[in-house]
Design a protein around this ligand. Structure first.
Ligand code: FAD
Ligand code: NAI
Length: 459
């Protein structure tokens, strides 16, 4: 038996960040992961490899189509998909190796093997040869791809996201089920690399839950890039006949293609975790229920990240990890609950934080909206990235910023400022009265803030 102050199960952004934070605060820490390369879904098969492919495919598409307009003529552009995939794998290796180094630097023991709770304060690793004991245990076992009832992913024709970031050739026609984050990002990658892509979504808009005006504008721009959408179409079945896949839609015609990507969400990963040994029961959708201190129903056992549900995002898992450890060690979190932004790394990017117009209307909150388009921004003009719009929602009386919704190039970088502004309870006047560097894309935020009071200068 090896004794620790804290054992973390799962080395994704929730688990590895919890381990590092706890070690910084002086705890003796072990982290257990089934996979020898730490970093979880995010580093191995999620955020990082998908962004590597998005960037590579973006550059390929730019060479093929966009540079011509600026007088840069490139001929004989060919695609070596193998090399593109090798680059992606190198990025993943560098970052998972980086987590290993951080563990070493912070004196954290990494135990490779499946972790299983075995009664209070005990975690068994792998086949049972190693048992760890600790006063506190954090469950950060993340999530895995979900499918629909009756639809099995065979990983050859019917794919999950992990398959879809590792294909050896571009499908002729990729049919994507779900117009959420994965459907849009990976649909974009394969469209740029030559596939016909059809995205089928059961609701009547893409990225459900996103500010509706923002989502509708983004959909229009994606359609221009050749992504086809079938909205308001609930997929009920997928059948595979030799090389043809038929995606069946309730009350409608089937859509056929040679590959199908199931992108209908992810499911908390709790199989074989031994929750029953401590009487921890799962809540709806298979999430581990926790209170606002990340405590499960078992004393000394906490959970963070995708496994507790909510937005399944790496930065949300990290933020929860830090708060959870701070509560374990210091009894209180270091600050207020952070605002959690979301970004789709498509082209243009969609980046949001806070309330949508629909949320505010539903809650009867009086607000003003300020909107400013990318096309009126000097830097966007010089980049040739004219599509997009920044929207700031501010309280009608207090002027406090309640939501920021961006669709446009580099929106994912710009949203960080809005997050800080909202975290500090800034008003639209605070942004409008600040001096922004010119020419930068960030000026769209200042102008949208000015527009809240009909005072935008450049439109
Ligand atoms: P995970 O990262 O899933 O890590 C859980 C770890 O626990 C895994 O390493 C697993 O091996 C391990 N594990 C599970 N059970 C056990 C066990 N019993 N014993 C030992 N180890 C175990 N989010 C973003 O914020 N931005 C993005 O751009 C983004 N892109 C994504 C793209 C794709 C294709 C996918 C699939 C996801 C993406 N996400 C993105 C979501 C993000 O990856 C997750 O929200 C994040 O990884 C969750 O972190 P986590 O630590 O909770 O769990
Ligand atoms: P998602 O929850 O984002 O989207 C799933 C979509 O599938 C929804 O729009 C839903 O309405 C639709 N759907 C469900 N059942 C359907 C049916 N029967 N027929 C047609 N459509 C149906 O899930 P996704 O895209 O699989 O991503 C999983 C998670 O991974 C996301 O929740 C996100 O948190 C995370 N992620 C984040 C990224 C980012 O931050 N950039 C990138 C990729 C993933």
């Amino acid at each position: 038996m090896q004794d620790y102050d804290l054992v973390v199960i799962g080395a994704g952004p929730g688990g590895y960040v919890a381990a590092i934070r706890a070690a910084q605060l002086g705890l003796k820490v072990a982290c257990v992961d089934a996979h020898p390369a730490p970093g979880g879904t995010c580093l191995r098969v999620g955020c990082i490899p998908s962004k590597a492919l998005l960037e590579s495919s973006h550059q390929y598409a730019a060479l093929e189509n966009r540079l011509k307009q600026r007088g840069i003529l490139v001929s004989g552009v060919t695609l070596d998909l193998n090399k593109m995939m090798s680059h992606k794998e190198r990025v993943v290796r560098a970052l998972t190796g980086g987590v290993k180094s951080l563990f070493k630097k912070n004196g954290i023991d990494l135990h490779v093997g499946r972790g299983r709770l075995e009664g209070p304060g005990r975690v068994v690793v792998g086949d049972g040869q190693t048992t760890l004991s600790a006063k506190s245990i954090i469950l950060a076992t993340g999530s895995r791809p979900a499918s629909l009832p009756g639809i099995t992913m065979d990983h050859r024709f019917v794919l999950d996201s992990t398959d879809a970031i590792a294909l050896s050739s571009a499908p002729e026609h990729l049919v994507v089920v779900g117009a959420g984050y994965i459907g849009l990002e990976l649909g974009t990658v394969w469209r740029r690399l030559g596939s016909q892509v059809t995205i089928i979504e059961s609701l009547d808009c893409i990225l459900p839950g996103t500010d509706r005006g923002t989502a509708d504008l983004a959909q229009k721009l994606f359609a221009r890039q050749g992504l086809s959408f079938v909205l308001g179409a609930r997929v009920t079945q997928v059948t595979v006949d030799q090389d043809d896949c038929a995606v069946h839609i309730e009350g409608g015609d089937a859509v056929t293609g040679d590959r199908v990507l199931m992108a209908v969400g992810r499911q908390p990963h709790t199989e074989g975790l031994g929750l029953d040994t401590l009487g921890i029961a799962l809540a709806a959708r298979g999430v581990i229920p926790v209170n606002d201190r990340f405590e499960t129903s078992a004393t000394g056992v906490y959970a963070v990240g995708d496994v507790i549900g909510g937005a399944m995002l790496a930065h949300k898992a990290e933020a929860e990890a830090v708060s959870c450890v701070d509560m374990i060690v210091q009894g209180t979190p270091a600050g207020d609950r952070p605002m959690i932004p979301s970004v789709a790394y498509t082209d243009p990017e969609i980046a949001c934080v806070g309330a949508t117009e629909e949320d505010l209307k539903r809650r009867d909150v009086p607000y003003r909206a300020g909107v400013f388009p990318w096309i009126a921004n000097g830097r966007a003009r010089s980049h040739g990235t004219l599509d997009g719009e920044a929207k700031i929602l501010a309280h009608r009386e207090s002027d406090q910023i309640l939501g920021v919704h961006l669709v446009g190039s580099q929106a994912g970088e710009l949203i960080a400022e809005a997050v800080v502004a909202m975290q500090l309870k800034a008003t639209s006047h605070d942004l409008a009265n600040s001096c922004y560097p010119h020419p930068t894309l960030s000026e769209v935020l200042k102008e949208a803030a000015l527009a809240v009071h009909n005072q935008a200068l450049h439109i």
